[in-house]
Design a protein around this ligand. Structure first.
Ligand code: G3I
Length: 352
C-alpha cells in the first residue's frame, strides 16, 4: 500500500510533539482504497468505531464473537498502527438480550464481557476506553453519575471495578475514562467539568487505575468559542492531578454554518485549529483522534442533519478522500501546539 510522503502526514506532524494522530475506523472503511490510503498516510492509531463494543461482539445470546474486531486489529498490526480500544462498559452498547436481566445476571455478563475482551486483546492495544460517558448531571445525583444498568447493578463502585479488572488483565494498556461534553461553553458543561474533577479525585483517592481522561470533542462550528478560559482551567487541573488526556472523537458539526462550501470549510477548519491549539497548550496529550476521516461517512448526518438537507462536512477529508481546509487546520495546530506537558515531564522529545 502506497503511503503518503511523511511531510504531508498528520501522524508525522503530531509526532513532533510526541502525540499520536488517528481516527475511528469501521470495517467498511477498509473496502475503500482512497480511505485506506488516507488512514495509512496520516494515522498512527485507530479506534474501532463499533466492532469492539459489547453489543457488537455479543450479537447472539451470551456468546462473544470477535471476528470483525479481529479484522481491524489485524489491519492495525499489519500496518504498525496502534489501537485505541473503544469501549468496554458503555450504557448505549448493552446487548439487547441483557436489558431486562436481574442485577446479578447483568453483573456476571458485564464482568464476563470485560474480562474476556480485555484478556483477548491484552498486550495488543495502546489504550482502552474502559468506561464511557459515566456522567449525566440531569439525573440529579450528588455525584453526577449517569443512571445506567452498570450503576444500578454494581453501585457507584462500578468504575473502580472496571478499571481494576482491566488493569489486571492488560497492565500495559493506558486506561482511559472517556466523556462527552466537557469541552462545551455553557453553565451545564462547567458543572460537568466540576463533577468530572470531583469524580477523578474520588477515584484517585481509592486507587482506581485511571491514567488518562478521554475528551470526546464533538464540537459545533460557530458554537465552540475560539478561546475558553473555563475549559483551559479544567485541563490544567486534570494535568495537575498527573493525568494525561486523549482527544478521542473529534469532529466539527457544520449544521449552524451557511450552505456555501468555502465558508463552511473555512469555519470548520478554524474551529479545529483553535480547539486543538488550546488543548495541546494546556494538557499532556497522548493522542488526537477524529471520529472518522472522510465526510463520506459521519454519524453527524444522522445525529445533526443540516436544515437545508446538504450533507455535513465535519471531517478532514472530503467524500473522495481529498484533504480539506480542516486537514490544514489540524496540521497547523499539531505543528504549533506547545506540549507544556512534555516540557514539564521531559518524557518526550518536544520541539522548543
Ligand atoms: O453493522 C451493523 C449491521 O451489521 C447491523 O445489521 C445493523 C443493525 O442494527 O447495525 C449495524 O451497526 C451499526 C453500527 O453503528 C455500525 O455502523 C449500529 O446499528 C449503530 O448503532 C452504530 O452506531 C454507532 C454508535 O456509536 C452506537 O454504537 C455509530 O456508528 C458511532 O459513530 C457512535 O459513536 C459514538 C461513540 O461510540 C461514543 N461517543 C458518541 C459517538 C457518537 O454517537
Amino acid at each position: 500500500m502506497h503511503h503518503e510522503p511523511k511531510k504531508s502526514s498528520l501522524s508525522s506532524a503530531a509526532a513532533q510533539n510526541g502525540v499520536l494522530f488517528g481516527t475511528a475506523v469501521c470495517s467498511s472503511d477498509l473496502l475503500s482504497q482512497p480511505i485506506t490510503r488516507a488512514i495509512l498516510g496520516n494515522c498512527s492509531i485507530i479506534t474501532p468505531e463499533y466492532e469492539l463494543k459489547w453489543d457488537a461482539v455479543c450479537r447472539v445470546q451470551e456468546n462473544l464473537e470477535y471476528s470483525a474486531a479481529d479484522q481491524l486489529i489485524s489491519f492495525a498490526a499489519d500496518n504498525a498502527l496502534a489501537v485505541h480500544g473503544h469501549t468496554l462498559w458503555w450504557h448505549e452498547a448493552v446487548p439487547q438480550g441483557l436489558q431486562m436481566t436481574s442485577d446479578k445476571q447483568f453483573r456476571e455478563a458485564a464482568l464476563n464481557h470485560l474480562t474476556s475482551t480485555a484478556a483477548r486483546y491484552a498486550g495488543q492495544l495502546h489504550s482502552w476506553d474502559v468506561v464511557n460517558e459515566s456522567l449525566e448531571l440531569d439525573h440529579g445525583r450528588r455525584d453526577g453519575l449517569r443512571e445506567t444498568r452498570f450503576l444500578a447493578a454494581f453501585g457507584p463502585d462500578y468504575i473502580e471495578i472496571a478499571f481494576r479488572e482491566a488493569a489486571l488483565l492488560d497492565p500495559n494498556a493506558i486506561l482511559v475514562l472517556n466523556e462527552m461534553g466537557l469541552e462545551y461553553d455553557s453553565p451545564a458543561a462547567e458543572g460537568k467539568r466540576r463533577q468530572m474533577l470531583a469524580l477523578l479525585e474520588r477515584e484517585k483517592a481509592r486507587g482506581t487505575p485511571i491514567a488518562c481522561l478521554g475528551v470526546q470533542s464533538h464540537l459545533t462550528a460557530l458554537e465552540q468559542p475560539r478561546d475558553h478560559p473555563d475549559f483551559r482551567r479544567f485541563l490544567r487541573e486534570v494535568r495537575a492531578m498527573g493525568l494525561s488526556v486523549m482527544i478521542t472523537e473529534m469532529d466539527v458539526s457544520d449544521h449552524l454554518c451557511p450552505r456555501d462550501r468555502k465558508q463552511r470549510d473555512a469555519i470548520v477548519a478554524e474551529t479545529y485549529r483553535s480547539y486543538l491549539e488550546l488543548v495541546l497548550a494546556e494538557a499532556d496529550v497522548l493522542a488526537v483522534s477524529t471520529w472518522g476521516l472522510s465526510d463520506g461517512r459521519t454519524w453527524l448526518n444522522g445525529f445533526r442533519p443540516r436544515l437545508d438537507g446538504a450533507p455535513q462536512r465535519p471531517l478532514l477529508f472530503d467524500r473522495a478522500a481529498r484533504r480539506k481546509q480542516a486537514w490544514h487546520g489540524v496540521r497547523d495546530a499539531l505543528l504549533s501546539g506547545r506540549q507544556t506537558g512534555s516540557e514539564l515531564s521531559g518524557l518526550r522529545i518536544g520541539t522548543d
